[in-house]
Design a protein around this ligand. Structure first.
Ligand code: ZN
Length: 132
């Protein structure tokens, strides 16, 4: 496992991309919509991990609800796993609350699942596995 990326909820994607391009001194390499989640994403590559900016596409999006409740900020931390099904089984058996029963297709060619923040001391955790 490594930290694959950190997801940041933003209110204005164009503005946020400019901010992070300046901050990280690297261009956004990919923008992608995940319609099932109602989010537009933008990615920045760092040495061994990424920053994922998330903007709501509509009011029903979890990102819209997050921003309404907490404002902009860190939304989730994503850990890369080799075998997402095995990890989901392992964590579920240990009592972690898994938010989606089956892995779903996330942005950036990944299978993903989320753990409830209550299971991780207030942090929304994403497990992700590269689709080969
Ligand atoms: Zn993510």
């Amino acid at each position: 496992m490594k930290i694959e990326h950190i997801g940041i909820a933003v209110a204005d994607m164009e503005l946020a991309i400019k901010t992070y391009e300046q901050l990280l001194q690297t261009p956004c390499y990919k923008k992608e919509q995940v319609a099932s989640e109602g989010v537009e994403t933008a990615f920045f590559q760092l040495a061994d991990s990424k920053i994922e900016l998330l903007e709501a596409m509509h009011e029903e999006s979890p990102i819209a609800k997050f921003i309404l409740k907490k404002g902009e900020g860190i939304h989730h931390i994503a850990f890369e796993v080799e075998d997402i099904i095995a990890e989901m089984k392992r964590l579920s058996a240990l009592g972690y609350q898994i938010l989606n029963e089956v892995p779903k297709k996330g942005a950036d060619n990944k299978l993903v699942c989320f753990l409830h923040p209550k299971s991780a001391h207030g942090v929304l955790v994403e497990l992700c596995q590269e689709i080969k």
